[in-house]
Design a protein around this ligand. Structure first.
Ligand code: UT7
Length: 353
């Protein structure tokens, strides 16, 4: 990725943020009634107490529309000329979900595409959106992270079913200057496809289909080698975050808020300790929403901004890790905006027939 600065006035600047959670809340206690697990195991190993899950036909596109509407309300504009959707759980394998979301938001005709980088998806999407703006291809980009992650989870697999949740977060980015509040700083992205089997859905893709093997329902469920992922995650997030802060010309001591992907509270804490970022500078919502993969960072940003935990001009450090393997980090200064988050039903979330 090029590290050259965009021309003056073509820097990506956050100007709106929103988040939406599906109405159905599920506690750890509820999970213990159908899985061989305990509330104590889930809380002590992950920090998760509760999550929201889709039901009744609600899909990723529905969540994305809701978060997108709230982000555009926050930005005070519906004049968006590109929609980028980061997701692991598109409504269909083909076509991408972003064009449908754009159309439902009244944005027929704009550029719209999905980004697939699992839990790092929002940061890959942020870099893509910033590039659209820097190149002059777009003046306003709606960037959404949305997941109906529970739809790819084996309901009988206690190692994943207790971790993941559903939800969506979104930001609106506009063309602006590097020194104004909301400006996105350097994005650092990486991958290691040699470790692709640590997180995967084995079936449903071209390799499985061309193999001639009989498919089983389990082929289409998400699998994760959690302990190996954990080890790589701590190391990669720490490195990426350190590099992003360095490229921004900041010191880690100057970071006001660390906003990591909400994979596991133990991972976030271990990374923050390595970075020397004490608890008062960390924000977290994993206890209430679980791991929402590509939705996790924008969901946390919108909720934290709404609650006053992230304030205008705060120096914010974002970092994530996920399947691929992929990882990334980025800096931004927080803008002076009103962010909106909501839980529950809304007329726009009626599933498509
Ligand atoms: O979102 C980005 C990508 N994902 C991640 O970053 C996730 C990274 N990994 C993790 O967060 C953690 O590895 C997990 C939360 C997935 C697991 O925590 P852990 O401390 O690494 O546990 P473990 O996998 O080593 O399992 C410990 C024990 C095992 O039993 P034995 O072999 O010690 O007898 C598991 O079978 O815990 C057992 N176990 C459970 N027990 C009760 C696994 N899941 C459960 C469960 N309830 N839900």
């Amino acid at each position: 990725m090029s590290r050259s600065e965009p021309p003056a006035g073509r820097h990506a600047v956050v100007c709106g943020a929103g988040a939406w959670l599906p109405p159905r809340g599920v506690s750890n206690a509820e999970l213990t009634r159908r899985l061989d697990t305990t509330e104590e195991w889930i809380t002590s190993r992950t920090g998760i107490e509760h999550r929201h899950l889709v039901d009744g036909g609600l899909s990723t596109g529905d969540l994305a529309v809701e978060a997108g509407l709230l982000a555009m309300k926050s930005a005070g504009t519906s004049a968006v000329d590109a929609v980028v959707l980061a997701t692991t759980t598109p409504d269909r394998l083909c076509p991408a979900t972003a064009p449908d979301v754009a159309a439902r938001l009244g944005l027929t005709g704009v550029a719209a595409f999905d980004v697939s980088a699992v839990c790092t998806g929002f940061l890959y999407g942020l870099a893509s959106a910033a590039g659209l703006i820097a190149s002059g291809l777009a003046d306003h980009v709606l960037l959404i992270g949305a997941e109906a992650f529970s739809t790819i989870i084996d309901p009988a697999d206690r190692t994943t079913a207790v971790i993941f949740g559903d939800g969506a977060g979104a930001v609106v980015l506009r063309a602006g200057n590097a020194d104004e509040p909301g400006a996105v700083g350097p994005c650092v992205l990486g991958s290691d496809g040699g470790l692709g089997d640590l997180i995967s859905i084995p079936g449903g893709g071209a390799r499985g289909r061309s193999s001639g093997r009989d498919r089983t329902p389990n082929d289409e469920y998400f699998t994760m080698r959690g302990k190996d992922v954990y080890r790589h995650a701590v190391h990669r997030i720490t490195d990426a975050a350190t590099t992003a802060v360095d490229r921004a010309g900041w010191h880690l001591a100057e970071v006001d808020r660390f906003v990591p992907h909400q994979a596991n509270q133990r991972i976030s804490t271990a990374v923050a300790e390595r970075l020397g970022i004490e608890p008062a500078r960390q924000v977290s919502n994993i206890a209430r929403v679980g791991n929402t993969a590509a939705a996790s960072i924008p969901l946390l940003l919108a909720q934290a901004a709404e609650a006053g935990q992230v304030r205008p001009r705060d120096r914010v450090l974002l970092a994530a890790f996920g399947g691929g393997l992929t990882w990334g980090a980025a800096t931004l200064s927080w803008p002076d905006i009103t962010a909106y988050s909501a839980i529950g039903s809304s007329p726009a979330a009626v599933p498509a027939a």
